[in-house]
Design a protein around this ligand. Structure first.
Ligand SMILES: Cc1ncc(COP(=O)(O)O)c(C=O)c1O
Length: 475
């Protein structure tokens, strides 16, 4: 591909995407398609011969773009994937062109410096001091894994990373945790049964009495408490645990405190409902994902550690082929000795460019709009005799449920699933369903700067209409 073809293709892509974003609201949220149809579209053997960039882009226009889930559509209120901000989209293009590998200083000196600055912005936002550090990760899953791995190493006196896990340990978290915590407990060698999912109170915050009981029971049975995973914005309802109390229990028991703010970290930017006073800075490590509520395109998660030397203690292995002979004065920051991943995409570029273009103030206004929308839906639901909200939404995630007459729980589950399918088929919105305290709910989460209040009203109207339609059909 010569420079001319690159330029022509690039201009065409920019035009295509500008048009796509400009008309996104007119599109269906979820495409009118089935898995078999989309699989067939791509069913071809490995291409042996070249073709033109123009022909490749033509194929994208017919096969890929029409069958995307348009997460930037204002009606997308589903799993936590934001409307990507346009500056971040441009950043990803540049990122691939430069292909800086932030794993090692020698493959991206300015990129490493920018990444360190972005980590600093995130640690400052979280309330950490100058000793803090971190990594940008593929997402919250990887960040939770790294947080727990660093915690395991710290609590075992840096033995587990050499000798493996010898004793029986337990990790404590609320039943409302994200499944990434279960996977992380497995991956650090404790096994999933070492996780103690604890009941929550009416606000879906972890019950401290249950935590104390579980720790006492484990200690009696010879199991040592390793880590508490506090939740700062649960996936279902945005609940925030009492981090201060978790800190004091962790201190008393010599445990690590990791806090999962993958989604809730966005509230650090909020102007109206700021959560910067909730004690997040008391955590030993934090998960916070710019690709969730900072509206950065995938992927850009982050793990932050209060004392960045802990990262080095966990990951500081230097193989000879990576030794940087030119680093005489130890000034060349090597991410590979301060993190799990080796080759790493230059994820911070889109976070840096987004903060520069919009400023934290504008992004905070988007966050506040999403919270306002959730609270509006709460108010609508509360007034309706047949609908019930799970709790007042502290963030943008809200769960509501239809309590139609004569439905037992199994029928209610079927009804919610069928209505969610109808929502998807309508092309107007996308929401999911979930389970809370043994009941089924619609889970609605605008993480989207295009969503407006009227969309919540339209969604609620649609839900009422479809819930009653399904009920009538079943009668
Ligand atoms: C609270 C929480 N933690 C962790 C994750 C996992 O993040 P990711 O999907 O970026 O790996 C999610 C995903 O929604 C989440 O809501």
């Amino acid at each position: 591909m010569d420079a001319r073809e690159f330029r022509d293709a690039g201009h065409r892509v920019v035009d295509l995407l500008a048009e796509y974003l400009d008309h996104i609201e007119e599109k269906r949220v979820f495409p009118d398609t089935e898995p078999r149809t989309t699989n067939e579209l791509f069913a071809e053997p490995l291409p042996q011969d070249p073709t033109t960039a123009e022909a490749v882009l033509n194929e994208l226009e017919t096969k890929l773009i029409p069958y995307c889930t348009n997460v930037g559509h204002p009606g997308y209120m589903g799993l936590i994937t934001p409307s990507p901000n346009p500056m971040g989209i441009i950043a990803d293009f540049i990122c691939s062109a430069l292909n800086q590998n932030v794993g090692a200083y020698s493959i991206g000196p300015s990129a490493v410096a920018m990444e360190r600055r972005v980590v600093r912005w995130l640690t400052d936002l979280s309330g950490y001091g100058p000793k803090a550090g971190g990594n940008l990760t593929s997402g919250g899953m990887m960040a939770n894994f790294i947080g727990l791995k660093v915690g395991r190493d710290a609590v075992t006196g840096d033995r587990a990373q050499h000798d493996g896990v010898r004793e029986s340990w337990a990790v404590y978290t609320a039943e409302e945790r994200h499944v990434s915590v279960d996977k992380a407990v497995d991956c650090i060698g404790l096994g999933r049964n070492a996780l103690r999912p604890l009941p929550t109170d009416a606000n879906f915050q972890v019950r401290i009495d249950a935590l104390e009981e579980a720790i006492a029971r484990d200690k009696k049975g010879g199991i040592r408490p390793l880590c508490i995973v506090g939740l700062f914005g649960t996936t279902n309802t945005g609940a925030v645990d009492d981090i201060r109390v978790l800190r004091s229990i962790a201190d008393r028991e010599g445990m690590w405190l990791h806090v999962d703010a993958a989604y809730g970290g966005g509230m650090l930017l909020s102007h109206e409902w700021s959560m910067r006073d909730r004690g997040l800075e008391l955590a030993d490590s934090i998960t916070i994902d710019p690709h969730k509520w900072f509206y950065a395109p995938l992927d850009a998660g982050a793990v932050l550690v209060k004392d960045q030397d802990r990262l080095t203690a966990s990951f500081g292995i230097k193989p000879s082929y990576l030794t940087d002979e030119l680093d005489q004065s130890n000034e060349r920051y090597q991410y590979y000795v301060h993190g799990f991943e080796q080759s790493r995409r230059f994820r911070s570029l889109k976070v840096w460019m987004s903060f520069k273009r919009y400023g934290a103030r504008q992004i905070g206004e988007w966050v506040d709009n999403n919270v306002r929308q959730a609270k509006h839906l709460y108010a609508l639901t509360e007034r309706h005799p047949e609908f019930e909200p799970a709790t007042i939404p502290p963030m943008s995630a809200i769960c509501i449920r239809f309590n139609g007459p004569g439905l037992n729980e199994a029928e209610s589950k079927d009804l919610h699933a069928e209505v969610a399918q109808r929502v998807e088929r309508s092309g107007r919105f996308w929401i999911s369903t979930t389970e809370l305290k043994g009941k089924t709910w619609f889970r609605i989460n605008p993480v989207n700067f295009r969503t407006r209040q009227e969309h919540m009203e339209e969604l609620f109207h649609f839900l009422q209409q479809e819930c009653f339609a399904v009920l009538r059909k079943k009668a």
